[in-house]
Design a protein around this ligand. Structure first.
Ligand code: PDD
Length: 276
């Protein structure tokens, strides 16, 4: 397996990073995940723009403009030009003695890999989720590599036989451990507004646009935990998840049998059509 590290493409066994890298010591870095579908990177511009925005938010000085070419180089040497793939990109602040404040003269560490990825059969999966407290920090808009909060709540979901943990902060639903959350009620779609309490997912942005295109009313308003049971449909969105229908939250089932709600289905189909 090949890895891109600071301008070089190496065998993964030779790709080494200092133990003093701030990504390792502090989780001081930003990452991105995108897919390649039918030979094209899916919404690459949006992913790279978010990467650039997040880097700016934490003052990591790195220009993302050359990355797409480097990914293409990596794709070529990995012989993955014609396969559906997942691209992982991470930029950490770099190597410096361990002091909390941003070091002055530091070069970011850039690492990327690309691997084959089977896109989930989004129209068939029908998952279970559990709710848990959103005890992550207050800057969830930053796609940072320190994901321990997300890892812990996801582990909670796994322990409860669920695909995702739906997160509750002060009585409202924010997002999930690695997805955004949408609800529908009386043909209106609801999702948490994009602010510091969620990651503004690229898939989320696409789904909002699809709602506009399809004439489905969409409101960026958070749903209260206590109102979950009043909702008609629930679905999750994310790069690795796409759009997945939620059958059950905790003990409450939204559907009888294996149906997917009509709005979820419509959006899944429209989303799938974007990838053709
Ligand atoms: N997860 N919210 C969180 C906390 C996420 O980590 C992600 C993505 C999303 C959805 O964003 P997008 O639609 O841009 O993928 C929402 C990535 C894929 C991951 O960590 O693997």
């Amino acid at each position: 397996k090949k890895v891109y590290l600071n301008g070089k493409i190496l065998d993964h066994k030779d790709a080494k990073i200092s133990v003093f890298d701030r990504g390792f010591i502090f989780g001081d870095g930003i990452y991105e995940v995108m897919t390649q579908v039918n030979g094209d990177f899916f919404y690459a511009d949006a992913h790279l723009e978010r990467l650039s925005d997040c880097l700016q938010k934490v003052n990591i000085d790195f220009d993302v403009n050359s990355l797409l070419n480097d990914i293409k180089r990596l794709r070529k040497v990995s012989d993955l030009e014609f396969k559906d793939c997942l691209v992982y990109i991470q930029v950490t602040r770099g190597i410096a003695p361990r002091k909390h404040a941003y070091p002055k003269e530091v070069t970011p560490t850039v690492m990327m890999y690309i691997m084959p990825f089977e896109l989930p059969e989004i129209n068939q999966k029908h998952i279970k989720a559990v709710t848990t407290l959103d005890y992550r920090w207050g800057r969830c808009d930053i796609k940072m590599t320190s994901l321990l909060g997300n890892v812990m709540v996801n582990e909670y979901a796994m322990k409860h036989g669920a695909y995702e943990a739906i997160l509750i902060r002060e009585g409202i639903i924010t997002e999930a451990s690695h997805c955004n959350v949408f609800f529908t009620k009386n043909n209106i779609v609801y999702t948490h507004p994009s602010n510091n309490f969620i990651l503004d997912g690229i898939t989320r942005q696409i789904v909002i646009q699809l709602c506009h295109d399809l004439g489905i009313e969409i409101r960026q308003e958070a749903v209260k935990e206590q109102d979950i049971f009043l909702m008609d449909e629930v679905f999750l969105t994310g790069t690795t998840t796409q759009i997945v229908s939620v059958q059950q939250i905790n003990e409450y089932s939204f559907y009888k049998g294996n149906n997917t709600g009509p709005i979820t289905k419509k959006l899944q189909e429209a989303f799938l059509a974007l990838k053709k």
